[in-house]
Design a protein around this ligand. Sequence first.
Ligand code: VGL
Length: 200
Amino acid sequence: MALAIDPSRDALVVVDVQNDFCPGGSLGVPDGDAVVPVLNAYAALFQAAGAPVFASRDWHPARTKHFQSGGGVWLPHCVQGTAGAEFHPGLALPDDATVISKGHDPGEDAYSCFQAETDDGMPFAAALGERGVNRLFVGGLATDYCVKATVLDALKEGFEVVVLEDASRAVDLKPGDGERAMAEIVAAGARRARLEDLTG
Ligand code: VGL
């Protein structure tokens, strides 16, 4: 079903398309870099429609409870200032895209973009409110962690959510985690879409 981008209320949220989550990175998501050209196409559509684009990044200190060394489950990844924390070099964000960072608090996992803030320290929800956004189009890495947590929080906060299934990939620590995450996302009230469903 066709979905028209409405710049008065829609935003694109590009979740954690960082080197460490792409093949070759310390926590490479299988096929993770396949989302890059697809998200570039979505970003171009949003830019052409005059709708805002947000891009989140994991932005961890070297020591955090999120890493195995701090009692968490993950190998170190997306440490502030490292190459692994950079966005994938092929990611083409509009010049006026807003970068939001999360995970800098060593006491938080911060899977959700609703724990992220802008460079000026504005919480993501406030930045959305400032732009009048009430519908989010969400894609990126990874379906079973940060995409899922972001979508579930957005729904709780009262946003409509469209999850971009062709622009997301899963870690799949256990086989099927990505499929289960997508089912949970849809059961919670988000709709799924693909690039061909969108009109500018
Ligand atoms: C993520 C695993 C660990 C994600 C973050 O961005 O989905 N996954 N930290």
